[in-house]
Ligand binder design. Structure first.
Ligand code: ASP
Length: 371
């Protein structure tokens, strides 16, 4: 879509939404925007449009905000090139791809999520089905898979690609030389399947958006921590951790070390900060301070006492004001998407009337995690 078309589509959406809201009660008018993790600006699954472009276009044409965001995220989930999301995501320690996802619909205050789901490429759609079809907010493991099958989703026996399978095999050879003696012939400093463990164990897609009426929604989807203990669930599908949306306040989503987020329920903290009057950036920084204060285990700290990991938040309020924040702004955690970026900075993706782009996040702390 050209910039001109973006503008006219946005204008059409504005007029339609204003007409609708004027007939009912006056609504806060927002600057429409879609934001997300940086992979939202990279992956197209062989098509023409990225995650954020797709979501923006659907939203501008008047689609429900959550439907638009999920349609965008589906592109990344289906794209085998993203090693941390959906089909081809890095598997667990047994070589099985287990996926987590959550969706939240701000205007209707509904939510759904799945965790440790095997065999469905688009866990965000299963999360939406949980939201729409059940009285529950979270289904896990085989129960989630049975639900998905009954809801009409195709269940596949294996979501690995050759690349993810090779990465697992390389990891296995390094970590289990008794059973995989080939490890003895390999250099332990050689990158494993292109994934250097210290920096590339994590990856996720988050996408949130607000339309001209101030309707705000969010989606988070991931294969979680690479080579995790089977059954490990991170922050992504947990409401208040990897995602939180309050239709009257805004949305926050996260990528990075999920355990740190789970301990602090930091997306909820961010949204509560905005409810109390903070800007998206200030609310994000306050949540990062909480995570820093809660990180006291020596194994999780750098020599100077700061957290030895990164975590990012993507934040938007119902006016369309947004921010991306991280413990370390200078840490390009997305180096896993090698070839697509040479940035040294953690970034986030934005799509609004000016078109799609990536923006540096604001860091709380100087430097980077220690390797
Ligand atoms: N937060 C995700 C998890 O812990 C992973 C990531 O975002 O990189 O499962």
């Amino acid at each position: 879509m050209q910039r001109r078309e973006f503008l006219s589509a946005a204008a059409m959406g504005t007029v339609a939404t204003l007409a609708r809201s004027a007939a009912v009660i006056p609504q806060p008018v927002a600057r429409p925007v879609v934001i997300g993790s940086v992979n939202g600006h990279f992956f197209k699954n062989g098509g023409q449009k990225t995650v954020i472009e797709t979501a923006w276009e659907m939203m501008a044409r008047g689609s429900d905000v959550l439907d638009a965001l999920i349609a965008g995220v589906n592109i990344d989930e289906l794209d085998p090139a993203d090693p941390y999301v959906g089909f081809g995501g890095l598997p667990n320690a047994e070589g099985v791809v287990e996926l987590d996802a959550a969706v939240m619909h701000g205007p209707s205050k509904r939510a759904g999520a799945v965790a440790a789901l095997e065999g469905v490429r688009t866990p965000s759609l299963v999360a939406k089905a949980v939201m729409e079809l059940t009285d529950n907010h979270l289904l896990v493991g085989t129960g989630a898979q049975h639900f998905a099958r009954n809801a009409g989703f195709t269940i596949e026996s294996d979501l690995n690609t050759d690349t993810s399978r090779q990465a697992w095999l390389d990891w296995k050879r390094r970590t289990d030389s008794a059973n995989f003696p080939d490890a003895a012939r390999r250099s332990l400093t050689e990158p494993a399947g292109g994934f250097a463990y210290s920096t590339h164990m994590y990856g996720t897609i988050h996408c949130s958006g607000v339309n001209t009426a101030g309707d705000v929604c969010g989606v988070t989807s991931t294969s979680g921590r690479a080579f995790k203990i089977p059954g490990r669930v991170g922050d992504s599908p947990i409401l208040g951790a990897g995602l939180y949306v309050d239709g009257r306040v805004g949305a926050a989503g996260s990528t990075g070390r999920g355990e740190a987020n789970l301990f602090s329920l930091a997306s909820l903290l961010v949204v509560e900060g905005m409810r109390a009057g903070k800007s998206p950036k200030d609310a994000g920084m306050a949540a990062l301070q909480r995570i820093r204060a809660n990180t006291i285990a020596p194994r999780l700290r750098k020599d100077n006492g700061d957290p030895n990991f990164n975590i990012l938040f993507f934040i938007v309020n119902t006016r369309g004001e947004h921010a991306g924040v991280a413990l370390y702004g200078e840490d390009a955690g997305e180096r896993g998407y090698a070839g697509q970026t040479n940035s040294e900075f953690a970034r986030y993706s934005v799509c609004d009337e000016s078109g799609p782009r990536i923006v540096n996040v604001e860091g709380l702390l100087p430097g980077t995690p220690q390797q």
